[in-house]
Write a protein of this length. Sequence first.
Length: 391
Amino acid sequence: MTSLIPPLLRALPPWLSNYAITEADAGLAELPAGLQQELMLKLNALSVPQPYQRAVRQATRQALKAWQANPETTSNCLVILSQPVEAIAAIVKASLEDYLLDCDVRFFLRSYRRPPEPLSILSHLQRELEPEQANEQAAPAAPITETDLQEHRPTVMVIPSLEQCFLRCIQGWEGIEYFQQLGTQDTSRFWVFGCNQWAWTFLSKVCQVDAYLEQTVSLPALTDEDLQTGFASLMAFSMSRPDADLTLHISPDEAHWSTLASLSSGTGTIAAQLWLQSLRLEETDLTAEGTLPAEVQQAELRATRPSLPSLTSLTVMDRYLLHSLLIHRLMTRAHLALSLGENERTIHSRVQVLQRAGVIVQQGRWLSVQPAHYPKLRSELGNNNFLIGKA
C-alpha cells in the first residue's frame, strides 16, 4: 500500500491545525488533534489511485511493445511525469512492481536520497548501475533485433525518481547526463524513469534531457468520481480508545467532491490534504477541552466546503527557494544553499519563516512544500516568470 500523502506530511501542518472557520461553518469545530492524527494515518494507508496506476501501466506496456516491434528505430525509454508534490517514486513502484510479469523488471535507487556532496551523485549511480552493464561491456554487442526480444524476456530498468539524482548547481546534473547515455547506448533494455514536471522542464532547459529521453506520459488529473472512489473506505471507520471504540461517519455531498477535484486540479496529495482540512465536528459534540467525551461511541464528521489555505507574502528569496524545492521535491537546507548560491544561515532563517506559515514541512533533514499550497505557489511563481512545469 502506498499513501496519497507522502511520509513527510504525517505530522500535522500548521495550516491544518489552525485553519479559519468561516461563517458558513458556524457551530462547527476543528477535529481534536488525536482524531486528525488518526485520519492522517488512514490517508497514509490508502493505495496509489487506480487512475495513476492504469496510466503508468498502459503507457509502459504500449511503449514497450512499440520498442519490441522495432528496436532499431523506436525509443527504449519512457518518462512518467507527475506534479512536484506527488511522490512519483511510490507511484511508479506501486504501478510496476507486480506488473509486466512477462519481463525481467529491475528497480534501482528505490529509496535513494541525494548525498550531502552532490558531485558524488554520479559515482553513486555508476556503482549502482554499472554492474548491470558488465556483461554487455565484456564484448562488443550486436545490434538488438526483434527476434532477440521475442526469444528472450525483455529487461525493464526502472529508476523511480530522477529528482534525487541531480542538484541545480554547477555540474550538479552529471547524473542525468549519465542516464541519457545509458538509455541511448544500452538499447538491449527498456528504461522507465519517474520525474516531476518542474524537474523535467528544468532539465530540458539545461541539458536537453528531452532530446534523449523522448517519450513522456503525464499522470492524469483525478476526477471527482476518482476521489470519491479512492476515499470510500474512509467514509466510515473506527478508532480504538481506552474506554470504548469510536465509530465515525462522513457523508460528503456531490458538490464536495467536484470542489475538491477542481481546487486540487486532480492532484491526489493536494486533494487528500484539502479533504482532511474540510472535516469538522459539531461544537456540541465536544467537551469544553475540545475532545470527544469518553462515553460517545459514534459521531458524524461534517465535510464542509474545501478551500485552499491562504499564502503568506513571499520575498524574492522565498520565491527562488520554493522554486528550487519544487524542482527537487525533497531537499536539505545545505542543498538549498548550494542550489541558490546563498549562505546556509540566510536559507535557514527563510525556511523557518516559511515553516511557521505552513508553506514548508520538514521530517528529519528533508524539507518539502506543503501540497495544499502548491496551486497558489504555481500561480505566484508563474506570474513572476519562473520556469515551471505544465499544469
